[in-house]
Design a protein around this ligand. Structure first.
Ligand code: ZN
Length: 269
């Protein structure tokens, strides 16, 4: 979509979306009087900018964009043997989120800790560079559906679409397909299992971090419930959850834990 110089809204459709493919790209232009009543505040500001170019551009952003996420050094091949030492798998759901995920990657790197990120497909499409950085930093990326529905409420075709779109987005971002998935809300049944070859991953510790924006409490929740070979559910979309991670890493490292990916934990148990 784009505004015309007189304030109309031009909408272009890709080839094959609203007409037969040979018709090519289709564009329609709605006059200013038609579209103006339907514009959001953001849309009104964008329209004003095109009809009065050269003014101060104010699209109403409340946050300045984060700097680019940089991958951390990959600690290399993981030789941790979880049948001999105490392992734990930290998992971070619902991202990637800017800027929290980038900060989290820095914290994990300080302890050479590996984690597993269960990413939401539509967020992968928005921030593929963050998912690429997760992978390049030595972490595992798993599938957490396209837009976080209760999969058990969907048809088999819808479930397949949720998972396949997300796998494709992860592959596009990282070059690799995931092998794991985490069903949103832990909702899984035979129908969900039947449509995918991805291996489901639930958790042994739920921080319930979305309930309380309190880093100390999130850290305490993980530390008090940690057990060898546990799988911990945290969300990297909350600033306070990411802020809890240094304390988690410091305390559990002192207790002798090794931080491994879910696939590594499963492979070496
Ligand atoms: Zn989730």
């Amino acid at each position: 979509m784009s505004f015309t110089s007189d304030g109309g809204l031009k909408i272009s459709f890709d080839r094959g979306t609203v007409a037969v493919p040979p018709a090519g790209r289709i564009s329609v232009t709605l006059p200013k009087a038609t579209v103006t009543p339907f514009l959001s505040d953001f849309g009104s500001r964008a329209q004003h900018q095109t009809t009065h170019p050269g003014g101060k551009l104010d699209l109403g952003a409340t946050e300045t964009p984060a700097q680019t996420v940089t991958a951390q050094p990959d600690p290399g091949k993981d030789t941790t043997n979880c049948s001999k030492v105490k392992c734990i798998a930290l998992t971070f759901d619902d991202g990637p989120a800017v800027p929290y995920t980038g900060t989290l990657l820095e914290y994990l790197a300080q302890y050479k800790a590996r984690a597993t990120f269960f990413v939401v497909g539509q967020n992968v499409a928005t921030h593929p560079e963050v998912v690429r950085a997760e992978m390049k930093s030595g972490h595992e990326v798993g599938n957490h559906s396209w837009n976080h529905p209760v999969l058990t409420n969907l048809s088999s075709a819808q479930i397949r679409s949720q998972l396949e779109r997300t796998t494709a987005a992860i592959k596009a971002a990282t070059g690799q397909e995931p092998t794991l998935f985490r069903p949103p809300y832990g909702a899984i049944d035979g129908k969900v299992r039947a449509v995918t070859s991805l291996s489901p991953v639930l958790w042994t510790v739920d921080t319930e971090d979305w309930k309380y924006p309190n880093a100390a409490k999130v850290a305490q929740s993980v530390i008090s419930q940690a057990k060898a070979d546990g799988v911990v559910l945290i969300h990297d979309i909350h600033a306070t959850s990411v802020a809890a991670v240094p304390e988690i890493l410091r305390t559990l490292t002192a207790q002798g834990y090794h931080f491994v990916t879910v696939s590594h934990l499963r492979a070496t148990l």
